[in-house]
Design a protein around this ligand. Structure first.
Ligand code: HEC
Length: 180
């Protein structure tokens, strides 16, 4: 009985040590001083190229959710688009002013259309937004990146859910875009 217990704890200790050393082995590529390690981590944060893939997907998802009358999903996609945009503002501060002005001019009207559940006005503002997206691409030297609404949304979710959300809930989801 005692022997078994000892064997058990030795095994447990060995397992613990091997998993700890696995963790260390996994992070061993981050080397140098703490500052150098932070630098290494900063370098691999997503830049605008990566951010824009998610941004574009979410904007298209937002469109198709609104078209399906799924205003909760449309609000959610816009909120998430704004969040990933903010990552881009942080990692590419040089482009932050352009992104912030795009947010005010193009995303805020869409947020209000979603809160008001007005698809007609949403469609109009979406067209204006696409112009804004591509104007920024041209202004930053990426004129050959011309966003267009894809034929289908990227999100693998059912969009016609018949789930209704209240205006208050939509305001809450989009609070950063419908405040002031
Ligand atoms: C700051 C101005 C700016 C705004 C506003 C902007 N973009 Fe971009 N976008 C960029 C830049 C810069 C790139 C190229 C990024 C890179 O490679 O560093 C890019 C790249 C892209 C790409 C290519 C991503 C890929 O597949 O590699 C897509 C798609 C895209 N943007 C969609 C959009 C959409 C949709 C909007 C509007 C809702 C938008 N962008 C608004 C600056 C902007």
């Amino acid at each position: 009985m005692l022997k078994r217990l000892i064997l058990g704890s030795v095994l447990a200790a060995a397992l613990l040590i091997s998993s700890v050393s696995l963790v260390f082995a996994d992070s061993s590529w981050i080397s140098g001083t703490t500052d150098q390690k932070i630098d290494s981590l900063a370098k691999i944060q997503p830049g605008l190229g990566t951010v824009m893939i998610e941004y574009g997907d979410r904007i298209g998802n937002m469109y198709y959710a609104a078209q399906a009358g799924n205003w909760g999903m449309a609000a959610y996609q816009l909120k998430e688009a704004l969040e990933i945009q903010e990552v881009g503002e942080m990692t590419r501060p040089g482009k932050a002013p352009l992104l912030v002005s795009f947010e005010k001019r193009s995303l805020k009207p869409l947020a209000w259309d979603i809160v008001n559940k007005n698809f007609k006005s949403f469609q109009q503002d979406f067209k204006g937004m696409v112009k804004g997206c591509n104007a920024c691409h041209a202004a930053t030297g990426y004129g050959y990146i011309a966003y267009q609404l894809p034929d289908k949304p990227a999100v693998p979710a059912k969009l016609r859910t018949n789930v209704t959300v209240t205006r208050d809930q939509l305001m809450k989801l989009l609070k950063d875009l419908v405040s002031e």
